[in-house]
Design a protein around this ligand. Sequence first.
Ligand code: ADP
Ligand code: MG
Length: 261
Amino acid sequence: MAHANSFANTVIRARGLWKVYGAGGTELRALCDVNLEIRSGQLTLLMGPSGSGKTTLLSILGCILRASSGNLELLGQEVTALPERDLPRLRRDLIGFVFQGFNLFPALTAVENVALALDLRGVAARPARRRAEQLLVEVGLKDRMHAFPGDLSGGQKQRVAIARALAGDPPILLADEPTAALDSTSGRTVIDLLQRLAHQHARAVVMVTHDPRVLSYGDRILHLEDGRLVREQLPGRDLSLSTPFAPATAAQFSELVPGEF
Ligand code: ADP
Ligand code: MG
């Protein structure tokens, strides 16, 4: 992997990001002067109440939405000024996306869903199939490869979606509330997997969540309120000893001063 040696490097740098929806009298400021750096080898959690701008920010970081102003660099490359036609290539090479609703094709098996993503990248059928199988083994679905989405649990579907997001071996993995529709056990397998993908493969993984059960898994926790990054938490030292997936309280975290991240 080209990015395997870039452990703990800054892969996303945002400066003064604003997003304004609408115009005239109906303007809505969804993001206000967001500054952040996201590093590889870490699971970064992006938290905040509904409507605080989490999806907007994740979409901008993933180049599926453009900021109204500000600068965004992905792996040292300035992307804000790029023309629209350059963005699909950037997304294909750098970004893997995971959504709350899985977005799998119901008529395709797990392995076919993943192979399709490789097919769309121009990988020939046989190697695509082999690679899809490897990816499903990696996410712990060796025994469910030939199942259709309708026969998989929510957690299994989300793991198929993660395998699909990994098809292009992206250095950045973005997940928007991937555990929101899952029970505790499934949620834990999904967050365990996202954490492992960050730690073992030196990926930058950013997960949007408002699920307090996942707090203890984050290497960093960024809080968004009304479109502003208001603070960052780092898990306290004692946290690794606490029960995984247990609700964490603010007291378990050492809080940092608000401001620039
Ligand atoms: P979150 O993911 O934290 O719930 P969003 O990023 O989806 O927040 O939304 C932030 C704010 O921007 C909300 O007030 C929402 O209603 C508004 N918003 C989101 N998408 C659009 C859009 N396409 N057009 C207009 N307003 C939008
Ligand atoms: Mg959202």
